[in-house]
Design a binder for this molecule. Sequence first.
Ligand code: FMN
Length: 408
Amino acid sequence: MTHRRLYAGSDLSRAVTIDDLRQMARKRLPRFLFEYVDGGAEDELTLRRNRDAFARHTLQPSTLVDVSNRTQAVELLGRPAAAPLVIAPTGFNGMLSQRADVALARAAAKASVPFTLSMAANVRLEDVATDAGGRLWMQLYWVRDRDFIRSLVTRAEKAGFEALVLTSDVQVSGGREWDRRNYRAGMQLSLRNKLDVLAHPRWLWHMLREGGPPRFANIRELAPPDARTVIDDMMTLGRNMDPACNWDDLRWLRSIWPRRLLVKGILSVPDAERAIAHGADGVILSNHGGRQLDGAISALETLPAVRHALGPDATILVDGGIRRGVDVIKAKALGATAVMTGRNCLYGVAVAGEAGALRALDIIRQETDRAQALLGVPDINALDERVLSGRTPIGFAPLRRELSQGVT
Ligand SMILES: Cc1cc2nc3c(=O)[nH]c(=O)nc-3n(C[C@H](O)[C@H](O)[C@H](O)COP(=O)(O)O)c2cc1C
Protein backbone atom coordinates (compact mmCIF):
# COMPACT_ATOMS: atom_id res chain seq x y z
CA MET A 1 0.00 0.00 0.00
CA THR A 2 1.26 3.44 -0.83
CA HIS A 3 2.08 6.00 1.80
CA ARG A 4 0.74 9.32 0.55
CA ARG A 5 2.74 12.44 1.18
CA LEU A 6 1.21 15.35 3.05
CA TYR A 7 1.74 18.99 2.14
CA ALA A 8 4.39 20.58 4.37
CA GLY A 9 5.14 23.87 2.58
CA SER A 10 3.91 27.26 3.72
CA ASP A 11 1.08 28.00 1.26
CA LEU A 12 -2.05 27.81 3.40
CA SER A 13 -4.37 27.33 0.46
CA ARG A 14 -2.59 24.07 -0.33
CA ALA A 15 -3.44 22.52 3.02
CA VAL A 16 -6.07 19.99 1.99
CA THR A 17 -6.66 18.31 5.34
CA ILE A 18 -6.02 18.84 9.04
CA ASP A 19 -3.13 16.42 8.65
CA ASP A 20 -1.54 18.83 6.16
CA LEU A 21 -1.90 21.67 8.67
CA ARG A 22 -0.35 19.45 11.31
CA GLN A 23 2.65 18.74 9.07
CA MET A 24 3.04 22.44 8.33
CA ALA A 25 2.90 23.25 12.04
CA ARG A 26 5.47 20.57 12.78
CA LYS A 27 7.83 22.24 10.35
CA ARG A 28 7.30 25.77 11.63
CA LEU A 29 7.42 25.14 15.38
CA PRO A 30 10.40 24.19 17.51
CA ARG A 31 10.10 20.60 18.56
CA PHE A 32 9.30 21.27 22.21
CA LEU A 33 6.30 23.35 21.17
CA PHE A 34 4.99 20.95 18.56
CA GLU A 35 5.15 18.21 21.15
CA TYR A 36 3.34 20.45 23.64
CA VAL A 37 0.44 20.77 21.21
CA ASP A 38 0.47 17.32 19.69
CA GLY A 39 1.25 15.04 22.60
CA GLY A 40 -0.86 13.13 25.10
CA ALA A 41 -0.23 11.81 28.60
CA GLU A 42 2.02 8.82 29.39
CA ASP A 43 1.69 6.05 26.77
CA GLU A 44 -0.84 8.09 24.78
CA LEU A 45 -3.35 5.24 24.90
CA THR A 46 -6.21 7.67 25.33
CA LEU A 47 -4.87 10.00 22.66
CA ARG A 48 -5.02 7.10 20.17
CA ARG A 49 -8.32 5.85 21.52
CA ASN A 50 -9.87 9.24 20.76
CA ARG A 51 -9.20 8.61 17.06
CA ASP A 52 -10.05 4.89 17.15
CA ALA A 53 -13.43 5.66 18.69
CA PHE A 54 -14.44 7.58 15.57
CA ALA A 55 -12.87 5.13 13.12
CA ARG A 56 -14.83 2.19 14.44
CA HIS A 57 -18.18 3.68 13.43
CA THR A 58 -19.27 2.96 9.89
CA LEU A 59 -21.66 5.13 7.93
CA GLN A 60 -24.60 3.82 5.92
CA PRO A 61 -25.80 6.32 3.32
CA SER A 62 -29.29 6.78 1.89
CA THR A 63 -29.23 7.34 -1.82
CA LEU A 64 -31.43 9.28 -4.26
CA VAL A 65 -32.19 11.92 -1.68
CA ASP A 66 -32.35 15.55 -2.81
CA VAL A 67 -29.28 17.05 -1.15
CA SER A 68 -29.07 20.22 -3.21
CA ASN A 69 -29.73 22.43 -0.15
CA ARG A 70 -27.61 21.52 2.82
CA THR A 71 -27.26 23.11 6.23
CA GLN A 72 -24.99 22.63 9.22
CA ALA A 73 -26.67 25.34 11.27
CA VAL A 74 -27.59 24.32 14.80
CA GLU A 75 -28.90 25.92 17.94
CA LEU A 76 -26.34 26.11 20.70
CA LEU A 77 -27.18 27.49 24.16
CA GLY A 78 -30.32 28.98 22.71
CA ARG A 79 -28.59 30.84 19.90
CA PRO A 80 -27.84 29.99 16.28
CA ALA A 81 -24.39 28.73 15.23
CA ALA A 82 -23.36 28.18 11.62
CA ALA A 83 -22.02 24.71 12.46
CA PRO A 84 -22.01 22.35 15.46
CA LEU A 85 -18.46 23.46 16.28
CA VAL A 86 -16.87 25.32 19.19
CA ILE A 87 -13.18 26.17 19.54
CA ALA A 88 -11.98 24.43 22.72
CA PRO A 89 -10.04 26.28 25.42
CA THR A 90 -6.29 25.86 25.06
CA GLY A 91 -3.63 27.49 27.21
CA PHE A 92 -0.40 29.17 26.16
CA ASN A 93 -1.55 29.83 22.59
CA GLY A 94 0.65 32.91 22.41
CA MET A 95 3.65 30.65 21.95
CA LEU A 96 2.27 29.53 18.59
CA SER A 97 1.71 32.88 16.94
CA GLN A 98 1.20 36.53 17.77
CA ARG A 99 -1.88 37.15 19.95
CA ALA A 100 -3.12 33.72 19.01
CA ASP A 101 -6.07 33.93 21.41
CA VAL A 102 -7.45 36.88 19.46
CA ALA A 103 -6.65 35.17 16.14
CA LEU A 104 -8.61 32.07 17.20
CA ALA A 105 -11.53 34.13 18.49
CA ARG A 106 -11.66 36.10 15.24
CA ALA A 107 -11.60 32.93 13.17
CA ALA A 108 -14.48 31.57 15.26
CA ALA A 109 -16.43 34.82 14.83
CA LYS A 110 -15.91 34.69 11.05
CA ALA A 111 -17.12 31.10 10.99
CA SER A 112 -20.08 32.07 13.24
CA VAL A 113 -19.22 29.56 15.96
CA PRO A 114 -18.26 30.17 19.62
CA PHE A 115 -14.70 30.46 20.92
CA THR A 116 -13.62 29.40 24.41
CA LEU A 117 -10.84 31.40 26.05
CA SER A 118 -8.60 29.41 28.38
CA MET A 119 -7.83 30.74 31.83
CA ALA A 120 -4.19 30.17 30.81
CA ALA A 121 -4.57 32.49 27.81
CA ASN A 122 -1.98 35.10 26.89
CA VAL A 123 -4.43 37.90 26.10
CA ARG A 124 -6.71 39.57 28.65
CA LEU A 125 -10.31 38.49 28.28
CA GLU A 126 -11.46 42.12 27.90
CA ASP A 127 -9.09 42.55 24.94
CA VAL A 128 -10.34 39.37 23.28
CA ALA A 129 -13.89 40.70 23.60
CA THR A 130 -12.95 44.08 22.09
CA ASP A 131 -10.57 42.87 19.39
CA ALA A 132 -12.45 39.79 18.22
CA GLY A 133 -16.10 39.95 19.27
CA GLY A 134 -18.25 36.99 18.35
CA ARG A 135 -19.63 34.43 20.78
CA LEU A 136 -17.20 34.06 23.66
CA TRP A 137 -17.04 31.43 26.40
CA MET A 138 -14.61 31.62 29.33
CA GLN A 139 -12.88 28.54 30.75
CA LEU A 140 -12.02 28.31 34.41
CA TYR A 141 -9.56 26.15 36.33
CA TRP A 142 -10.43 25.85 39.98
CA VAL A 143 -7.98 27.74 42.19
CA ARG A 144 -7.89 28.14 45.98
CA ASP A 145 -8.54 31.87 46.00
CA ARG A 146 -12.30 32.37 45.77
CA ASP A 147 -11.95 36.15 45.58
CA PHE A 148 -9.90 35.65 42.44
CA ILE A 149 -12.54 33.34 40.93
CA ARG A 150 -15.24 35.84 41.78
CA SER A 151 -13.32 38.69 40.18
CA LEU A 152 -12.53 36.66 37.02
CA VAL A 153 -16.17 35.66 36.69
CA THR A 154 -17.30 39.27 37.14
CA ARG A 155 -14.81 40.44 34.52
CA ALA A 156 -16.08 37.81 32.07
CA GLU A 157 -19.65 38.87 32.70
CA LYS A 158 -18.85 42.57 32.19
CA ALA A 159 -16.93 41.79 29.00
CA GLY A 160 -19.99 40.02 27.56
CA PHE A 161 -18.89 36.38 27.72
CA GLU A 162 -21.99 34.23 27.29
CA ALA A 163 -20.86 31.04 29.03
CA LEU A 164 -18.48 29.82 31.70
CA VAL A 165 -16.76 26.45 31.27
CA LEU A 166 -15.48 24.80 34.45
CA THR A 167 -12.73 22.32 33.58
CA SER A 168 -13.02 19.46 36.03
CA ASP A 169 -10.33 17.03 34.87
CA VAL A 170 -7.16 18.83 36.00
CA GLN A 171 -7.15 17.94 39.69
CA VAL A 172 -3.41 17.60 39.09
CA SER A 173 -1.50 17.97 35.83
CA GLY A 174 -1.42 14.86 33.58
CA GLY A 175 1.77 12.87 33.00
CA ARG A 176 3.14 14.81 30.06
CA GLU A 177 6.46 13.10 29.77
CA TRP A 178 7.51 14.75 26.51
CA ASP A 179 7.19 18.09 28.29
CA ARG A 180 9.40 16.95 31.13
CA ARG A 181 12.00 15.57 28.75
CA ASN A 182 12.22 18.82 26.81
CA TYR A 183 13.06 20.86 29.87
CA ARG A 184 15.79 20.61 32.45
CA ALA A 185 14.99 21.60 36.02
CA GLY A 186 13.27 24.97 36.48
CA MET A 187 11.58 25.09 33.07
CA GLN A 188 14.91 25.60 31.34
CA LEU A 189 14.92 24.08 27.87
CA SER A 190 17.47 21.32 27.41
CA LEU A 191 20.52 22.12 25.29
CA ARG A 192 19.18 19.99 22.46
CA ASN A 193 15.96 21.98 22.46
CA LYS A 194 17.81 25.29 22.58
CA LEU A 195 19.68 24.26 19.44
CA ASP A 196 16.40 23.18 17.87
CA VAL A 197 14.95 26.63 18.58
CA LEU A 198 17.88 28.18 16.68
CA ALA A 199 16.98 25.91 13.78
CA HIS A 200 13.56 27.62 13.62
CA PRO A 201 14.59 31.25 12.99
CA ARG A 202 11.16 32.38 11.77
CA TRP A 203 9.53 31.31 14.99
CA LEU A 204 12.43 32.68 17.04
CA TRP A 205 12.31 36.05 15.30
CA HIS A 206 8.61 36.23 15.97
CA MET A 207 9.12 35.43 19.68
CA LEU A 208 11.93 37.95 20.08
CA ARG A 209 9.86 40.65 18.40
CA GLU A 210 7.14 39.96 20.96
CA GLY A 211 9.64 40.40 23.78
CA GLY A 212 9.83 36.69 24.69
CA PRO A 213 7.19 34.17 25.71
CA PRO A 214 3.94 35.98 26.58
CA ARG A 215 2.61 35.86 30.15
CA PHE A 216 -0.70 34.39 31.34
CA ALA A 217 -2.68 37.59 31.02
CA ASN A 218 -5.74 36.65 33.07
CA ILE A 219 -4.16 35.45 36.28
CA ARG A 220 -2.00 38.49 37.04
CA GLU A 221 -3.99 39.13 40.23
CA LEU A 222 -2.99 35.70 41.54
CA ALA A 223 0.71 36.21 40.93
CA PRO A 224 3.06 37.68 43.55
CA PRO A 225 4.26 41.25 42.82
CA ASP A 226 7.73 40.06 41.84
CA ALA A 227 6.40 37.74 39.12
CA ARG A 228 8.04 38.76 35.85
CA THR A 229 7.80 35.92 33.35
CA VAL A 230 5.40 33.29 32.13
CA ILE A 231 7.42 30.76 34.10
CA ASP A 232 6.47 32.68 37.25
CA ASP A 233 2.86 32.58 36.04
CA MET A 234 2.97 28.83 35.47
CA MET A 235 4.33 28.31 38.96
CA THR A 236 1.62 30.62 40.34
CA LEU A 237 -1.12 28.65 38.60
CA GLY A 238 0.44 25.34 39.65
CA ARG A 239 0.64 26.46 43.29
CA ASN A 240 -2.95 27.72 43.32
CA MET A 241 -4.69 24.84 41.54
CA ASP A 242 -7.06 23.26 44.03
CA PRO A 243 -7.43 19.47 43.96
CA ALA A 244 -10.09 19.79 46.68
CA CYS A 245 -12.57 21.15 44.10
CA ASN A 246 -15.87 19.25 44.36
CA TRP A 247 -19.59 19.40 43.59
CA ASP A 248 -20.24 21.97 46.36
CA ASP A 249 -17.85 24.32 44.59
CA LEU A 250 -19.84 23.89 41.39
CA ARG A 251 -22.96 24.90 43.30
CA TRP A 252 -21.16 28.01 44.59
CA LEU A 253 -19.97 28.86 41.07
CA ARG A 254 -23.56 28.54 39.91
CA SER A 255 -24.60 31.05 42.57
CA ILE A 256 -22.16 33.73 41.36
CA TRP A 257 -22.47 33.28 37.55
CA PRO A 258 -25.82 34.27 36.05
CA ARG A 259 -25.26 33.06 32.49
CA ARG A 260 -24.74 29.63 30.93
CA LEU A 261 -22.50 27.25 32.87
CA LEU A 262 -20.92 24.11 31.40
CA VAL A 263 -18.75 21.46 33.06
CA LYS A 264 -15.93 20.10 30.92
CA GLY A 265 -14.18 16.81 31.62
CA ILE A 266 -17.21 14.58 32.24
CA LEU A 267 -16.87 10.93 31.20
CA SER A 268 -19.75 9.10 32.88
CA VAL A 269 -23.52 9.15 33.21
CA PRO A 270 -23.54 9.70 37.01
CA ASP A 271 -21.19 12.70 36.70
CA ALA A 272 -23.23 14.17 33.85
CA GLU A 273 -26.37 13.84 35.97
CA ARG A 274 -24.64 15.36 39.00
CA ALA A 275 -23.41 18.31 36.95
CA ILE A 276 -26.95 19.11 35.84
CA ALA A 277 -28.31 18.54 39.36
CA HIS A 278 -25.74 21.04 40.69
CA GLY A 279 -26.87 23.74 38.31
CA ALA A 280 -24.86 23.25 35.10
CA ASP A 281 -26.68 24.08 31.85
CA GLY A 282 -24.82 21.39 29.98
CA VAL A 283 -21.81 19.10 29.93
CA ILE A 284 -18.72 18.77 27.79
CA LEU A 285 -17.70 15.13 27.52
CA SER A 286 -13.92 15.23 27.32
CA ASN A 287 -10.72 13.53 28.38
CA HIS A 288 -8.75 16.73 27.75
CA GLY A 289 -7.47 15.55 24.38
CA GLY A 290 -5.76 12.54 25.98
CA ARG A 291 -3.54 14.83 28.08
CA GLN A 292 -4.76 13.92 31.56
CA LEU A 293 -5.67 10.36 32.66
CA ASP A 294 -4.03 7.94 30.24
CA GLY A 295 -6.20 4.88 29.79
CA ALA A 296 -9.37 6.96 30.13
CA ILE A 297 -12.32 6.14 27.91
CA SER A 298 -12.90 8.42 24.93
CA ALA A 299 -15.66 11.00 25.24
CA LEU A 300 -17.40 9.69 22.11
CA GLU A 301 -17.83 6.27 23.72
CA THR A 302 -19.70 7.81 26.63
CA LEU A 303 -21.96 9.96 24.47
CA PRO A 304 -24.91 7.63 23.68
CA ALA A 305 -25.44 6.71 27.33
CA VAL A 306 -25.16 10.32 28.50
CA ARG A 307 -27.62 11.46 25.82
CA HIS A 308 -30.01 8.70 26.87
CA ALA A 309 -29.73 9.71 30.54
CA LEU A 310 -30.02 13.49 30.11
CA GLY A 311 -32.73 13.41 27.47
CA PRO A 312 -33.16 14.99 24.03
CA ASP A 313 -33.01 18.65 25.11
CA ALA A 314 -29.81 18.63 27.17
CA THR A 315 -26.73 20.47 25.89
CA ILE A 316 -24.03 17.83 25.45
CA LEU A 317 -20.76 18.70 23.76
CA VAL A 318 -18.05 16.20 23.02
CA ASP A 319 -14.37 16.59 22.19
CA GLY A 320 -11.18 14.65 21.56
CA GLY A 321 -9.89 13.36 18.25
CA ILE A 322 -12.13 15.23 15.84
CA ARG A 323 -10.00 15.67 12.73
CA ARG A 324 -12.51 15.20 9.90
CA GLY A 325 -15.97 16.27 8.87
CA VAL A 326 -17.16 12.68 9.17
CA ASP A 327 -16.16 12.81 12.83
CA VAL A 328 -18.56 15.71 13.34
CA ILE A 329 -21.23 13.66 11.55
CA LYS A 330 -20.62 10.65 13.80
CA ALA A 331 -20.70 12.74 16.97
CA LYS A 332 -23.97 14.35 15.87
CA ALA A 333 -25.42 10.95 14.97
CA LEU A 334 -24.57 9.67 18.45
CA GLY A 335 -26.34 12.59 20.10
CA ALA A 336 -23.89 15.48 20.46
CA THR A 337 -25.32 18.99 20.39
CA ALA A 338 -21.96 20.13 19.02
CA VAL A 339 -18.29 19.21 19.14
CA MET A 340 -15.34 21.10 20.52
CA THR A 341 -12.12 21.19 18.56
CA GLY A 342 -8.71 21.77 20.12
CA ARG A 343 -5.63 20.83 18.13
CA ASN A 344 -7.13 21.41 14.64
CA CYS A 345 -7.20 25.17 15.10
CA LEU A 346 -3.91 25.16 17.00
CA TYR A 347 -2.11 23.62 14.01
CA GLY A 348 -3.78 26.28 11.87
CA VAL A 349 -2.94 29.20 14.12
CA ALA A 350 0.68 28.03 14.40
CA VAL A 351 0.98 28.03 10.62
CA ALA A 352 -0.75 31.31 9.78
CA GLY A 353 -2.51 32.96 12.72
CA GLU A 354 -6.16 33.84 12.15
CA ALA A 355 -6.14 32.70 8.51
CA GLY A 356 -4.73 29.34 9.57
CA ALA A 357 -7.33 28.83 12.28
CA LEU A 358 -10.07 29.75 9.82
CA ARG A 359 -8.60 27.31 7.30
CA ALA A 360 -8.86 24.53 9.91
CA LEU A 361 -12.52 25.39 10.56
CA ASP A 362 -13.21 25.60 6.81
CA ILE A 363 -11.64 22.20 6.17
CA ILE A 364 -13.84 20.58 8.80
CA ARG A 365 -16.94 22.41 7.57
CA GLN A 366 -16.34 21.54 3.92
CA GLU A 367 -15.74 17.90 4.79
CA THR A 368 -18.89 17.86 6.90
CA ASP A 369 -20.88 19.37 4.05
CA ARG A 370 -19.56 16.82 1.55
CA ALA A 371 -20.28 13.96 3.96
CA GLN A 372 -23.86 15.18 4.46
CA ALA A 373 -24.41 15.15 0.69
CA LEU A 374 -22.94 11.69 0.25
CA LEU A 375 -24.83 10.40 3.26
CA GLY A 376 -28.16 11.77 2.05
CA VAL A 377 -28.77 13.95 5.13
CA PRO A 378 -29.08 17.58 4.00
CA ASP A 379 -29.94 18.92 7.46
CA ILE A 380 -27.35 18.08 10.10
CA ASN A 381 -30.06 18.15 12.77
CA ALA A 382 -31.71 15.11 11.18
CA LEU A 383 -28.72 12.88 11.91
CA ASP A 384 -29.25 10.01 14.32
CA GLU A 385 -27.94 6.51 14.95
CA ARG A 386 -29.67 5.21 11.82
CA VAL A 387 -26.78 6.52 9.69
CA LEU A 388 -24.38 4.33 11.66
CA SER A 389 -24.16 0.70 10.81
CA GLY A 390 -21.98 -2.29 11.43
CA ARG A 391 -20.12 -0.95 14.43
CA THR A 392 -16.65 -2.40 14.32
CA PRO A 393 -15.42 -3.48 17.77
CA ILE A 394 -12.52 -1.35 18.90
CA GLY A 395 -10.18 -4.34 19.12
CA PHE A 396 -10.91 -5.52 15.56
CA ALA A 397 -7.43 -6.57 14.42
CA PRO A 398 -7.29 -5.68 10.68
CA LEU A 399 -8.82 -2.26 11.31
CA ARG A 400 -6.37 -1.56 14.10
CA ARG A 401 -3.47 -2.54 11.87
CA GLU A 402 -4.64 -0.19 9.15
CA LEU A 403 -5.09 2.63 11.65
CA SER A 404 -1.64 2.20 13.08
CA GLN A 405 -0.17 2.24 9.55
CA GLY A 406 -2.07 5.40 8.77
CA VAL A 407 -3.72 3.82 5.72
CA THR A 408 -7.31 4.67 4.94
C1 FMN B 1 -2.10 22.51 23.70
C2 FMN B 1 -3.38 22.27 24.45
C3 FMN B 1 -3.70 23.07 25.54
C4 FMN B 1 -4.89 22.87 26.24
N1 FMN B 1 -5.22 23.72 27.27
C5 FMN B 1 -6.42 23.59 27.87
C6 FMN B 1 -6.85 24.55 28.84
O1 FMN B 1 -6.16 25.52 29.13
N2 FMN B 1 -8.06 24.35 29.42
C7 FMN B 1 -8.88 23.29 29.11
O2 FMN B 1 -9.96 23.16 29.67
N3 FMN B 1 -8.50 22.38 28.18
C8 FMN B 1 -7.31 22.51 27.55
N4 FMN B 1 -6.96 21.62 26.57
C9 FMN B 1 -7.91 20.56 26.17
C10 FMN B 1 -8.84 21.07 25.06
O3 FMN B 1 -9.75 22.02 25.55
C11 FMN B 1 -9.67 19.92 24.43
O4 FMN B 1 -10.34 19.23 25.45
C12 FMN B 1 -8.84 18.96 23.59
O5 FMN B 1 -7.83 19.64 22.89
C13 FMN B 1 -9.75 18.22 22.62
O6 FMN B 1 -9.04 17.28 21.89
P1 FMN B 1 -8.48 17.54 20.40
O7 FMN B 1 -7.26 18.39 20.56
O8 FMN B 1 -8.18 16.17 19.92
O9 FMN B 1 -9.56 18.26 19.61
C14 FMN B 1 -5.77 21.80 25.87
C15 FMN B 1 -5.42 21.00 24.78
C16 FMN B 1 -4.26 21.23 24.07
C17 FMN B 1 -3.96 20.36 22.88
